[in-house]
Design a protein around this ligand. Structure first.
Ligand code: ADP
Length: 479
């Protein structure tokens, strides 16, 4: 297991000599002591990335693709080890961690190919003696600040497009989950990625590390996935050196079920969207809006399915729902349920913390709430936990108004068989991602990202690599 900073192709302790403990949220067991990188280490990593940039950007895209593709293969080779590490540090069930390894690797594979298609443009000039060209050039060193809920995939989703574009990168993984990022760095070195192209600085002092991404002219792009609150701080910091930022922030996804929906599919979709990672993903359904005609049947079926979920240690056989990442996470879930109940919602199943033998106090029983109204906290704020609040609606326009009544705009879901309604809703929902009869829309080849307070920029798809490219317009007088 690698526990040191990865800078300039070598694993090195933090310059302060300090370490911090990574713990399994399921049982508080220490997983590892990890180098507590700080500003000095972040500066060294930025310097390594800046030093590696000229050679990497000049390497042909077809050559840059080779270590990325090889890294994909190595991730598949080591999938079981990576999944186990991921489950230990973030608590998610092993089955989900295995899916994450494959999902994470898919970004490297896809961008290894997409990097070959960074085409330029020629523009017909008004002056026949001129030739007008547009080149797309890697913007420089890049930085990535990643969250704990996808310790592997949020690293590779940023790393794939950056490295394929010809940028070098410094990654600051979440303090809860640095081990997966360090494991990827070790595999990247094994895959033949040149020293300095990828650097990883784990550490407890995120603001001190992040400040080093904004106080110089080497880092030209910072990609962040995390809370809206921290996203705002980074956006402000980016102003001084006019650094481009991509922000993938909080969500508050509506999951809308119309009377004409395939109810079995809607319930299965609700389970997949809501309870993945114990409800701790930014695209998890956070509010269920169900049309009156199917409301009672939906609640009944959802309650039965949710009541049957197996809660436990992510590494234990059969676990479907693991722990919350930390005490604050479980306290927030508890507070949202208490607030809903105090304002008249009914607990259909769950509603309290769950006891897991030998486990921590961070497990929360998968919960269904009915009778939820728009004034309740769970309807207004991101719960980030295994709670499904259900609210009835009457008409399509009611659903749309309720769905859009939030500052967030990441993912929205709808279940219906009416084609014209699908198009109307897809156009009018103020969300960057719309899942139509599809609870899991994220994939490497499509643009992922939000509007309003959910963020700026896109990851995935050909759009994702644009974030790392500067346009260079060349006006060439030939006569
Ligand atoms: P969450 O609430 O999901 O933990 P955060 O936004 O706090 O989300 O964390 C996401 C990432 O941002 C983590 O890597 C964390 O260390 C980092 N982070 C937290 N605070 C700051 C900050 N002030 N500046 C830069 N990065 C930060």
């Amino acid at each position: 297991m690698h526990t040191n900073c990865f800078i300039g192709g070598a694993f090195v302790p933090a310059s302060s000599g300090r370490t911090f403990t990574v713990r399994n949220p399921a049982n508080d067991a220490a997983v590892a002591e990890v180098a507590d990188g700080g500003a000095a280490d972040a500066r060294a990593a930025v310097a390594a990335a800046a030093a590696a940039f000229p050679a990497w950007k000049s390497t042909a895209a077809i050559e840059r693709a080779k270590p990325l593709r090889r890294l994909t293969e190595l991730m598949h080779r080591d999938a079981e080890r990576l999944a186990d590490l991921c489950s230990q540090e973030c608590g998610k069930p092993l089955a989900e961690a295995r899916t994450e390894v494959a999902y994470g690797a898919s970004f490297l594979e896809w961008y290894a190919e997409e990097g070959k298609r960074v085409y330029g443009e020629t523009i017909p000039a008004s002056d026949p003696a001129k030739r007008l060209l547009v080149l797309r050039r890697p913007c420089g060193a890049a930085a990535a600040i990643t969250p704990w809920n996808f310790p592997i995939a949020m690293v590779t989703r940023k790393m794939g497009p950056a490295l394929a574009a010809g940028c070098t990168q410094v990654v600051k993984p979440a303090e809860q989950t640095p081990l997966s990022a360090l494991a990827i760095a070790a595999l990247a070195a094994e895959a033949g990625l040149p020293a300095g192209v990828l650097n990883v600085v784990p550490g407890m002092d995120a603001p001190a590390i992040a400040a080093c991404f904004f106080d110089n002219l080497h880092v030209r792009h910072v990609s962040f996935t995390g809370s809206t609150e921290v996203g705002r701080i980074l956006l402000r910091q980016s102003a001084d050196n006019v650094v481009r930022v991509s922000l993938e922030l909080g969500g508050h996804a509506p999951f809308i079920v119309f009377d004409d929906a395939d109810l079995d599919a809607a319930v299965a979709g609700a389970m997949a969207s809501k309870f993945r990672n114990a409800g701790q993903t930014c695209v998890c359904a956070n509010r269920f809006l169900v049309q009156r005609g199917v409301h009672d049947a939906f609640v009944e079926r959802l309650t039965a399915a949710v009541g049957a979920l197996k809660v436990g240690d992510g590494r234990a056989a059969g676990t479907q729902v693991g722990p919350m990442i930390d005490d604050a996470g479980v306290a927030k879930v508890e507070a949202h349920v208490a607030d809903a109940v105090a304002h008249g919602a009914q607990v259909r199943t769950g509603g309290t913390r769950a006891q897991v033998p030998g486990g921590s106090s961070r497990f929360f029983a998968p919960t269904v709430l009915s009778g939820v109204t728009p004034s309740m906290r769970c309807f207004r704020e991101e719960t980030f936990g295994p709670v499904a609040p259900v609210c009835a609606f009457e008409t399509e326009s009611d659903a749309l108004r309720m769905a859009n009544d939030t500052p967030y705009g990441l993912a929205g879901y709808l279940y219906t068989r009416d084609g014209a309604r699908i198009m109307r809703m897809a156009e009018e929902l103020q969300y960057g991602i719309v899942g139509v009869n599809d609870p899991l829309p994220a994939t490497a080849q499509a643009p992922f990202g939000g509007v309003k307070h959910s963020g700026l920029g896109r990851e995935g798809g050909h759009q994702g690599i644009e974030e790392y490219l500067d346009l260079r317009y060349v006006s060439w007088r030939v006569g």
